[in-house]
Design a protein around this ligand. Structure first.
Ligand code: SF4
Ligand code: SF4
Length: 343
């Protein structure tokens, strides 16, 4: 994030607008990963689940995403799912159109199918591939997007590897080092990021890290980042994992990112996890990055977070919020008129 990006984001916050958007462009995913928040019953918070929403494909999907981008004019858009590559033709068509509007794009996928070579060289596009640990564990959790398939499907492009650390991984000393060594050595890897598993309130799952495992993970990454330049986890960011935001109101990421689900209207709150996430055990890298920015002191005196909070308050009181799109997507009306059955 450069200085001009920060100034633009601040301008949007003062107007009461979210600088970042995230869109679950499809409800479909060929994987069934344990602990996936997108398919959690509480994700949408309405009693409906992601799989029960109606979603779009073809030109309707492209137009629907662009309609949101044009309305909200985000500086940054995350394209997520489900798995966005289920709709790879639509994504291929929409990415250049979004980039030419000046919006940075991040696409998160399991790479179960080929990531086009040209995506690796497009300015302001970052393809993030989720990898759940070393091959034996990953291949069980993420079939059909196995290690072998990821290596084949990303061979001609450039990607960022993202791994969500779980309690199971931290029970084996040296696990993170093996992971970073393996992926760092691959030419198609531009960067490596870690998050930590974020539970919902009251969850009891083997994926949840104990406090000691969280500290160990931070210490392991701190050593590894000095040996492996592709591991992009600065010290200021790592510190935030030890003291996550107490609630969504304190979370800069949640306050600056608006998430839409696959019907292109339902909003996911309070953050991309939906439901009732346990912020004090949050391990989301995006939240930690923005928390680190908020804790930075301008001129060594004023924390950016204090300016941010005042700006959000100003934006909510005096800003001009974006008028939400009509509840019923215009696209549905068009498709019905055209006799399309959609999905
Ligand atoms: S690939 Fe992503 S969206 Fe699909 S099941 Fe796994 S975690 Fe969930
Ligand atoms: S990103 Fe983390 S800290 Fe922020 S609202 Fe979600 S769970 Fe809470």
């Amino acid at each position: 994030m450069d200085a001009s990006h920060v100034v633009k984001a601040w301008g949007k916050i003062l107007k009461g607008h979210a600088p970042s958007l995230s869109i679950e462009i499809t409800k479909e995913c060929p994987l069934r990963c344990p602990g996936c928040y997108a398919y959690d019953d509480a994700h949408l918070g309405t009693g409906e689940t992601l799989r029960s929403l109606s979603d779009f494909k073809g030109q309707e999907l492209i137009d629907g995403v662009l309609e949101i981008v044009d309305r909200y004019q985000p500086l940054h858009l995350s394209i997520v799912g489900g798995d966005p590559l289920v709709r790879y033709r639509e994504v291929e068509a929409m990415i250049p159109l979004i980039l030419e509007r000046g919006t940075h794009v991040q696409l998160v996928t399991s790479a179960f199918r080929v990531v086009p070579a040209e995506w690796g060289t497009m300015k302001n596009l970052n393809v993030v591939v989720s990898i759940d640990g070393l091959q034996p564990e990953h291949d069980v959790r993420r079939t059909p997007a196995t290690y072998e398939r990821i290596l084949k499907n990303t061979a001609d492009t450039q990607i960022t590897v993202h791994c969500t650390i779980t309690g199971q991984m931290m029970k084996r000393p040296g696990y993170l080092a093996e992971f970073v060594e393996f992926w760092s050595a691959r030419p198609q890897i531009r960067k490596i990021w870690f998050s930590m598993f974020t539970p919902q309130m009251g969850d009891k799952m083997p994926e949840i890290l104990t406090a000691a495992e969280r500290r160990q993970a931070v210490s392991d990454i701190d050593l590894l980042r000095k040996r492996f330049p592709k591991l992009e986890m600065p010290e200021a960011l790592l510190r935030e994992f030890l003291n996550p935001p107490h609630n969504p109101q304190e979370c800069v990421f949640a306050q600056t990112t608006q998430t839409f689900s696959a019907d292109l209207r339902s909003e996911i709150t309070p953050c991309q996890f939906g439901g009732n996430p346990d912020c004090q055990q949050c391990g989301c890298i995006a939240s930690m990055v923005l928390a680190a920015v908020a804790h930075h002191k301008l001129g060594g005196i004023i924390p950016v977070g204090a300016i941010f909070k005042a700006s959000v308050k100003f934006g909510k009181t005096f800003g001009s919020p974006v008028t939400p799109l009509p509840t019923k997507p215009r696209l549905v009306e068009i498709s019905k008129a055209a006799g399309s059955t959609g999905d």
